[in-house]
Design a protein around this ligand. Sequence first.
Ligand SMILES: Nc1ncnc2c1ncn2[C@@H]1O[C@H](COP(=O)(O)OP(=O)(O)O)[C@@H](O)[C@H]1O
Ligand SMILES: [Mg+2]
Length: 283
Amino acid sequence: MTIVFHYPRGIGYFANVEDLGTQIELVTNAQPPILQVSALRKSFADNHVLKDMTLDITKGEAVTIIGTSGCGKSLFFKCLQGLIAPDSGTILINGQNLRDLTTKERTDYERHRSVLFQYGGLFDSLKVWENICFLQTNLGDMPNEQAREIAVEKLAIVGLAADVCDLYPSDLSGGMQKRVGFARAIANDPEILFLDEPTAGLDPIMSNEICRFISESVSALGATTISISSDLNTVERISDRVAMLHDGHFVWDGPSDQLYSSGNECVHQFVNKLAVGPIAVGV
Ligand SMILES: Nc1ncnc2c1ncn2[C@@H]1O[C@H](COP(=O)(O)OP(=O)(O)O)[C@@H](O)[C@H]1O
Ligand SMILES: [Mg+2]
Protein backbone atom coordinates (compact mmCIF):
# COMPACT_ATOMS: atom_id res chain seq x y z
CA MET A 1 0.00 0.00 0.00
CA THR A 2 1.29 3.51 -0.79
CA ILE A 3 0.19 6.62 1.04
CA VAL A 4 1.10 9.94 -0.51
CA PHE A 5 0.97 13.12 1.55
CA HIS A 6 1.23 16.44 -0.20
CA TYR A 7 2.80 19.18 1.87
CA PRO A 8 2.60 22.81 0.80
CA ARG A 9 6.03 23.65 2.24
CA GLY A 10 9.06 21.76 3.46
CA ILE A 11 11.42 19.09 2.26
CA GLY A 12 9.93 16.06 0.57
CA TYR A 13 11.19 12.61 1.56
CA PHE A 14 10.37 8.98 1.18
CA ALA A 15 10.06 6.52 4.02
CA ASN A 16 9.46 2.79 4.29
CA VAL A 17 7.57 1.62 7.32
CA GLU A 18 8.71 -2.00 7.27
CA ASP A 19 6.82 -3.05 10.40
CA LEU A 20 3.50 -2.12 8.91
CA GLY A 21 4.42 -3.33 5.47
CA THR A 22 3.34 0.09 4.36
CA GLN A 23 5.21 2.39 2.09
CA ILE A 24 4.74 6.08 2.91
CA GLU A 25 5.79 8.68 0.44
CA LEU A 26 5.91 12.31 1.52
CA VAL A 27 5.88 14.57 -1.46
CA THR A 28 6.34 18.31 -1.34
CA ASN A 29 4.57 20.65 -3.73
CA ALA A 30 6.80 23.48 -2.62
CA GLN A 31 9.77 24.91 -4.45
CA PRO A 32 13.12 24.99 -2.66
CA PRO A 33 14.23 28.45 -1.48
CA ILE A 34 15.30 30.64 -4.38
CA LEU A 35 17.32 32.72 -1.95
CA GLN A 36 18.95 31.65 1.32
CA VAL A 37 20.81 34.17 3.40
CA SER A 38 22.62 33.07 6.52
CA ALA A 39 24.68 34.89 9.13
CA LEU A 40 25.30 37.85 6.83
CA ARG A 41 27.46 40.63 8.29
CA LYS A 42 28.61 43.96 6.91
CA SER A 43 30.35 46.85 8.67
CA PHE A 44 31.87 50.14 7.55
CA ALA A 45 34.70 50.84 10.01
CA ASP A 46 32.94 50.75 13.40
CA ASN A 47 29.47 51.14 11.89
CA HIS A 48 28.21 47.55 12.20
CA VAL A 49 25.16 47.76 9.96
CA LEU A 50 24.28 44.14 9.20
CA LYS A 51 25.16 42.04 12.24
CA ASP A 52 23.62 38.64 11.67
CA MET A 53 21.04 38.43 8.94
CA THR A 54 19.29 35.19 8.12
CA LEU A 55 16.37 34.88 5.69
CA ASP A 56 15.00 32.22 3.32
CA ILE A 57 12.78 33.20 0.41
CA THR A 58 10.76 30.63 -1.52
CA LYS A 59 10.25 30.87 -5.26
CA GLY A 60 7.17 32.96 -6.07
CA GLU A 61 6.98 34.69 -2.68
CA ALA A 62 6.54 38.45 -2.32
CA VAL A 63 8.56 39.52 0.71
CA THR A 64 8.93 43.10 1.93
CA ILE A 65 11.64 44.31 4.29
CA ILE A 66 10.65 47.07 6.66
CA GLY A 67 12.73 49.05 9.13
CA THR A 68 13.64 52.59 10.10
CA SER A 69 15.64 54.84 7.82
CA GLY A 70 19.34 54.00 7.88
CA CYS A 71 18.91 50.53 9.43
CA GLY A 72 20.55 48.82 6.43
CA LYS A 73 17.71 47.80 4.09
CA SER A 74 19.29 49.12 0.90
CA LEU A 75 22.68 47.76 1.94
CA PHE A 76 21.14 44.31 2.46
CA PHE A 77 19.63 44.59 -1.04
CA LYS A 78 22.98 45.50 -2.57
CA CYS A 79 24.53 42.44 -0.95
CA LEU A 80 21.76 40.22 -2.41
CA GLN A 81 22.30 41.70 -5.85
CA GLY A 82 26.03 41.04 -5.67
CA LEU A 83 26.82 44.78 -5.78
CA ILE A 84 28.47 44.86 -2.34
CA ALA A 85 30.41 41.96 -0.83
CA PRO A 86 29.42 41.12 2.76
CA ASP A 87 32.19 40.73 5.34
CA SER A 88 30.94 37.23 6.18
CA GLY A 89 27.95 34.94 5.83
CA THR A 90 26.47 33.26 2.77
CA ILE A 91 23.98 34.16 0.08
CA LEU A 92 22.70 31.20 -1.93
CA ILE A 93 20.78 31.88 -5.14
CA ASN A 94 19.04 28.72 -6.33
CA GLY A 95 21.44 26.82 -4.07
CA GLN A 96 24.57 28.44 -5.56
CA ASN A 97 26.82 30.64 -3.46
CA LEU A 98 26.75 34.15 -4.93
CA ARG A 99 30.39 34.63 -3.93
CA ASP A 100 31.52 31.64 -5.97
CA LEU A 101 29.72 32.45 -9.24
CA THR A 102 31.88 32.58 -12.36
CA THR A 103 31.64 35.68 -14.56
CA LYS A 104 29.25 33.82 -16.87
CA GLU A 105 27.06 32.64 -13.98
CA ARG A 106 27.01 36.16 -12.55
CA THR A 107 25.88 37.55 -15.92
CA ASP A 108 23.17 34.88 -16.04
CA TYR A 109 22.03 35.97 -12.59
CA GLU A 110 21.89 39.59 -13.84
CA ARG A 111 19.77 38.45 -16.78
CA HIS A 112 17.24 36.84 -14.45
CA ARG A 113 16.96 39.45 -11.77
CA SER A 114 16.09 43.10 -11.96
CA VAL A 115 16.00 46.12 -9.73
CA LEU A 116 13.79 49.15 -9.26
CA PHE A 117 16.16 51.58 -7.57
CA GLN A 118 15.07 53.80 -4.69
CA TYR A 119 15.72 56.99 -6.65
CA GLY A 120 14.69 55.67 -10.08
CA GLY A 121 18.24 55.24 -11.32
CA LEU A 122 17.39 56.21 -14.90
CA PHE A 123 20.28 57.33 -17.09
CA ASP A 124 19.75 61.02 -17.89
CA SER A 125 21.53 60.84 -21.23
CA LEU A 126 19.52 57.90 -22.57
CA LYS A 127 16.04 57.96 -24.05
CA VAL A 128 13.25 56.13 -22.25
CA TRP A 129 13.41 53.06 -24.54
CA GLU A 130 17.19 52.88 -24.16
CA ASN A 131 16.77 52.98 -20.39
CA ILE A 132 14.09 50.28 -20.42
CA CYS A 133 16.15 47.82 -22.45
CA PHE A 134 19.57 48.91 -21.22
CA LEU A 135 20.47 45.48 -19.84
CA GLN A 136 19.47 43.53 -22.97
CA THR A 137 21.12 45.87 -25.47
CA ASN A 138 24.23 46.19 -23.28
CA LEU A 139 24.60 42.44 -22.92
CA GLY A 140 24.17 42.15 -26.70
CA ASP A 141 21.01 40.06 -26.21
CA MET A 142 18.87 41.96 -28.73
CA PRO A 143 19.03 44.46 -31.57
CA ASN A 144 17.77 48.03 -31.03
CA GLU A 145 14.61 47.53 -33.09
CA GLN A 146 13.46 44.63 -30.91
CA ALA A 147 14.46 46.52 -27.75
CA ARG A 148 12.28 49.44 -28.79
CA GLU A 149 9.31 47.10 -29.36
CA ILE A 150 9.77 45.58 -25.91
CA ALA A 151 10.00 49.07 -24.39
CA VAL A 152 6.64 50.00 -25.99
CA GLU A 153 5.08 46.79 -24.66
CA LYS A 154 6.38 47.40 -21.12
CA LEU A 155 5.35 51.07 -21.19
CA ALA A 156 1.78 49.96 -21.98
CA ILE A 157 1.83 47.74 -18.87
CA VAL A 158 2.60 50.80 -16.72
CA GLY A 159 -0.02 52.90 -18.52
CA LEU A 160 2.31 55.02 -20.66
CA ALA A 161 1.91 55.69 -24.38
CA ALA A 162 4.39 54.55 -27.02
CA ASP A 163 5.55 58.10 -27.76
CA VAL A 164 7.09 58.32 -24.28
CA CYS A 165 9.81 56.04 -25.72
CA ASP A 166 11.72 58.89 -27.29
CA LEU A 167 11.63 61.27 -24.32
CA TYR A 168 14.50 61.70 -21.87
CA PRO A 169 14.05 61.16 -18.09
CA SER A 170 14.23 64.94 -17.50
CA ASP A 171 11.07 65.30 -19.66
CA LEU A 172 9.10 63.10 -17.25
CA SER A 173 7.28 63.81 -13.97
CA GLY A 174 8.37 61.92 -10.83
CA GLY A 175 5.47 59.47 -11.19
CA MET A 176 6.31 58.82 -14.84
CA GLN A 177 9.96 58.24 -13.98
CA LYS A 178 8.93 55.67 -11.38
CA ARG A 179 6.72 53.96 -13.98
CA VAL A 180 9.55 53.91 -16.50
CA GLY A 181 11.82 52.52 -13.75
CA PHE A 182 9.30 49.76 -13.18
CA ALA A 183 8.96 49.13 -16.94
CA ARG A 184 12.74 48.66 -16.99
CA ALA A 185 12.54 46.32 -13.99
CA ILE A 186 10.17 44.00 -15.88
CA ALA A 187 11.82 44.35 -19.32
CA ASN A 188 13.78 41.12 -18.93
CA ASP A 189 10.81 39.10 -17.55
CA PRO A 190 12.78 38.62 -14.32
CA GLU A 191 12.70 35.60 -12.08
CA ILE A 192 13.64 37.77 -9.07
CA LEU A 193 12.50 41.36 -8.79
CA PHE A 194 14.11 43.74 -6.26
CA LEU A 195 12.02 46.83 -5.53
CA ASP A 196 13.64 49.49 -3.34
CA GLU A 197 10.96 51.88 -2.03
CA PRO A 198 8.77 51.51 -5.15
CA THR A 199 6.29 54.18 -4.04
CA ALA A 200 8.52 56.64 -2.14
CA GLY A 201 7.77 60.26 -2.96
CA LEU A 202 4.59 59.50 -4.94
CA ASP A 203 1.13 60.83 -4.28
CA PRO A 204 -1.38 58.26 -2.89
CA ILE A 205 -3.12 57.77 -6.25
CA MET A 206 0.14 57.11 -8.11
CA SER A 207 1.30 54.86 -5.24
CA ASN A 208 -1.84 52.76 -5.67
CA GLU A 209 -1.26 52.57 -9.42
CA ILE A 210 2.34 51.42 -8.94
CA CYS A 211 1.16 48.79 -6.43
CA ARG A 212 -1.36 47.58 -9.01
CA PHE A 213 1.33 47.32 -11.73
CA ILE A 214 3.56 45.45 -9.31
CA SER A 215 0.88 42.92 -8.25
CA GLU A 216 -0.33 42.32 -11.81
CA SER A 217 3.15 42.01 -13.31
CA VAL A 218 4.41 39.77 -10.55
CA SER A 219 1.48 37.37 -10.98
CA ALA A 220 1.87 37.40 -14.75
CA LEU A 221 5.60 36.67 -14.50
CA GLY A 222 5.38 34.29 -11.53
CA ALA A 223 8.35 36.26 -10.21
CA THR A 224 9.76 36.25 -6.70
CA THR A 225 9.64 39.78 -5.32
CA ILE A 226 11.84 41.22 -2.61
CA SER A 227 10.91 44.77 -1.73
CA ILE A 228 11.81 47.49 0.69
CA SER A 229 9.08 49.86 1.71
CA SER A 230 8.36 52.27 4.52
CA ASP A 231 4.84 52.88 3.26
CA LEU A 232 2.50 50.54 5.11
CA ASN A 233 -0.24 50.67 2.44
CA THR A 234 2.35 49.56 -0.11
CA VAL A 235 3.63 46.84 2.21
CA GLU A 236 0.14 45.42 2.64
CA ARG A 237 -0.68 45.60 -1.06
CA ILE A 238 2.44 44.01 -2.50
CA SER A 239 3.57 41.48 0.11
CA ASP A 240 2.71 37.95 1.22
CA ARG A 241 5.31 38.16 3.93
CA VAL A 242 7.11 40.91 5.83
CA ALA A 243 10.49 40.85 7.60
CA MET A 244 11.47 43.61 9.99
CA LEU A 245 15.12 44.69 10.17
CA HIS A 246 16.29 46.30 13.39
CA ASP A 247 19.76 46.70 14.86
CA GLY A 248 21.37 44.48 12.21
CA HIS A 249 18.97 41.54 12.57
CA PHE A 250 15.59 40.41 11.32
CA VAL A 251 13.59 40.71 14.53
CA TRP A 252 10.27 39.50 13.05
CA ASP A 253 9.22 37.65 9.94
CA GLY A 254 5.60 36.76 9.28
CA PRO A 255 2.57 36.96 7.00
CA SER A 256 1.69 40.52 5.98
CA ASP A 257 -1.83 40.16 7.40
CA GLN A 258 -0.26 39.72 10.86
CA LEU A 259 1.63 43.01 10.71
CA TYR A 260 -0.74 44.65 13.18
CA SER A 261 -0.93 41.63 15.50
CA SER A 262 2.69 40.46 15.36
CA GLY A 263 3.30 40.46 19.11
CA ASN A 264 6.73 41.95 18.38
CA GLU A 265 7.56 45.24 20.13
CA CYS A 266 9.61 46.65 17.24
CA VAL A 267 6.92 45.88 14.66
CA HIS A 268 4.24 47.26 16.98
CA GLN A 269 6.16 50.53 17.39
CA PHE A 270 6.84 50.79 13.66
CA VAL A 271 3.34 50.09 12.34
CA ASN A 272 1.68 52.25 14.97
CA LYS A 273 4.21 55.07 14.40
CA LEU A 274 5.03 55.34 18.13
CA ALA A 275 7.83 57.53 19.48
CA VAL A 276 8.28 55.26 22.51
CA GLY A 277 9.55 51.69 22.21
CA PRO A 278 12.66 49.63 21.53
CA ILE A 279 13.48 51.66 18.40
CA ALA A 280 15.34 54.82 19.39
CA VAL A 281 13.90 57.81 17.59
CA GLY A 282 16.66 60.02 16.15
CA VAL A 283 16.23 63.77 15.99
N1 LIG B 1 29.04 52.23 0.77
C1 LIG B 1 28.89 52.63 2.04
N2 LIG B 1 29.93 53.17 2.74
C2 LIG B 1 29.79 53.54 4.03
N3 LIG B 1 28.63 53.41 4.73
C3 LIG B 1 27.57 52.90 4.08
C4 LIG B 1 27.64 52.48 2.71
N4 LIG B 1 26.42 51.98 2.35
C5 LIG B 1 25.64 52.09 3.43
N5 LIG B 1 26.32 52.63 4.46
C6 LIG B 1 25.79 52.91 5.80
O1 LIG B 1 24.96 51.82 6.16
C7 LIG B 1 23.82 52.29 6.91
C8 LIG B 1 22.56 51.78 6.26
O2 LIG B 1 22.33 52.43 5.02
P1 LIG B 1 21.13 52.03 4.06
O3 LIG B 1 21.20 50.58 3.79
O4 LIG B 1 21.18 52.94 2.90
O5 LIG B 1 19.86 52.35 4.97
P2 LIG B 1 18.30 52.21 4.66
O6 LIG B 1 17.75 51.21 5.66
O7 LIG B 1 17.73 53.57 4.89
O8 LIG B 1 18.16 51.76 3.24
C9 LIG B 1 23.94 53.80 6.99
O9 LIG B 1 24.53 54.12 8.23
C10 LIG B 1 24.88 54.14 5.84
O10 LIG B 1 25.59 55.30 6.11
MG1 LIG C 1 17.31 52.78 1.49
